[in-house]
Write a protein that binds this ligand. Structure first.
Ligand code: BTN
Length: 270
C-alpha cells in the first residue's frame, strides 16, 4: 500500500486551518535516501519547504555514517530549510527538530522523550532519529536538510519500538495512519524552527531539556564516572563527575561533544 498524498494534504490543511501549504511534497515509492534525493532537488533549484517522503529507502543514512535500515512501513522524510544561522550553530537545528517533533507527538498523546542528541524514545526504546545535513557558504548555513526516520509499522530491533504496535496496546489510537504521523512530524519541525528563530536557543534548550530522558544517567568517560546534568547551548552533553574525595562539595563539570559518548538504551555507557 503506497503513501496517500491526498490524506496528507488534507490533514496538513485541516491542522493549519488554511488551504495554503508551505510545503512542496515529493512522494516516492523507493529511493536511496530521502536526504540525498532532496539535495539533488535543491541542486536543481528546489527551495526551502521542499519535502521528500519515501515508502522505503535502499541506502538510508543515519548519524555517524551509520546505515538507517528502512523497510516499508516506516516514515522516511526529509525537509529543506534555509535557516539564518552560522555554520557552528547547525546542532541547533537538530535540537529544534527533536524538541518540535517530540512536543507535537506528546500533544497527540504519544509520550515521547528525547535521548541526547537526536533520538526520539518511547518507553526507553528508540522510536526514531533525526539526521541534519547542511551546506555552508561563507561561514553561514546556506541550506539544510532535516531527515527524520520514525518506526511506524516497520520491523524494529530489540532496542527499538514501533508506534503502530505501541498504540495497539493503548486505550486510544491518536495517530490513525502513516500520513497522520507525517503531518505531525512536519508540524513538529515547523514549530521547532519557529521556536528557535523567534524565542532563541536559551528557551528552545530549556524546552528540549524538559523532554530529555538522560538527566541523572550514570556514564563513564575513560573509566571516570559522571552523571548527566544537562545539555549546553553548544549541544554538548553536560556531566558532573564523581570525585574520589567524598568531602569535596563542588564536583567538577565537563561537557562532551556528540559522537564522543554513546548513551545506551537500557544502561548508559561510553
Ligand atoms: C539516526 O541515526 O538516529 C538518524 C536517522 C535518520 C534517518 C532518516 S530516514 C529519512 C532521512 N533520510 C536518510 O537517509 N536519513 C534520514
Amino acid at each position: 500500500m503506497g503513501f496517500d498524498r491526498q490524506i496528507l494534504e488534507a490533514s496538513l490543511k485541516a491542522e493549519r486551518k488554511s488551504d495554503y501549504l508551505p510545503f512542496s511534497l515529493h512522494i516516492f515509492e523507493s529511493v536511496s535516501s530521502t536526504n540525498q534525493i532532496l539535495w539533488d532537488l535543491l541542486h536543481q533549484g528546489a527551495e526551502a519547504g521542499s519535502v521528500v517522503i519515501a515508502t522505503q529507502q535502499t541506502a538510508g543514512r543515519g548519524q555517524w555514517g551509520r546505515q538507517w535500515i528502512s523497510h516499508t512501513g516506516g516514515l522516511y522524510l526529509s525537509v529543506a530549510i534555509a535557516p539564518k544561522l552560522e555554520a557552528s550553530a547547525s546542532h541547533q537545528l537538530t535540537l529544534a527538530s527533536a524538541w518540535g517533533i517530540a512536543a507535537q507527538l506528546r500533544q497527540c498523546g504519544v509520550s515521547v522523550g528525547i535521548k541526547w542528541p537526536n533520538d526520539l524514545v518511547l518507553e526507553g526504546r528508540k522510536l526514531g532519529g533525526i539526521l541534519t545535513e547542511t551546506k555552508v557558504s561563507h561561514g553561514q548555513i546556506a541550506q539544510a536538510v532535516i531527515g527524520v526516520g520514525i518506526n511506524w509499522a516497520n520491523p524494529v530491533p530489540e532496542t527499538g519500538i514501533n508506534l503502530e504496535l505501541w498504540q495497539a496496546a493503548q486505550a486510544t489510537k491518536p495517530i490513525s495512519c502513516l500520513e497522520m504521523l507525517t503531518c505531525t512530524v512536519l508540524q513538529g519541525i515547523e514549530s521547532g524552527m519557529q521556536c528557535l528563530s523567534q524565542e532563541g536557543i536559551s528557551i528552545l534548550l530549556s524546552r528540549y531539556l524538559d523532554l530529555l530522558t538522560n538527566i541523572g544517567d550514570r556514564v563513564y568517560i575513560n573509566s571516570h564516572a559522571g552523571i548527566v546534568v544537562g545539555v549546553t547551548s553548544q549541544g554538548n552533553l553536560q556531566l558532573r563527575m564523581a570525585t574520589d574525595n567524598t568531602d569535596e562539595l563542588i564536583k567538577p563539570e565537563i561537557s562532551v561533544e556528540p559522537g564522543i559518548i554513546s548513551l545506551g538504551y537500557s544502561k548508559s555507557s561510553v
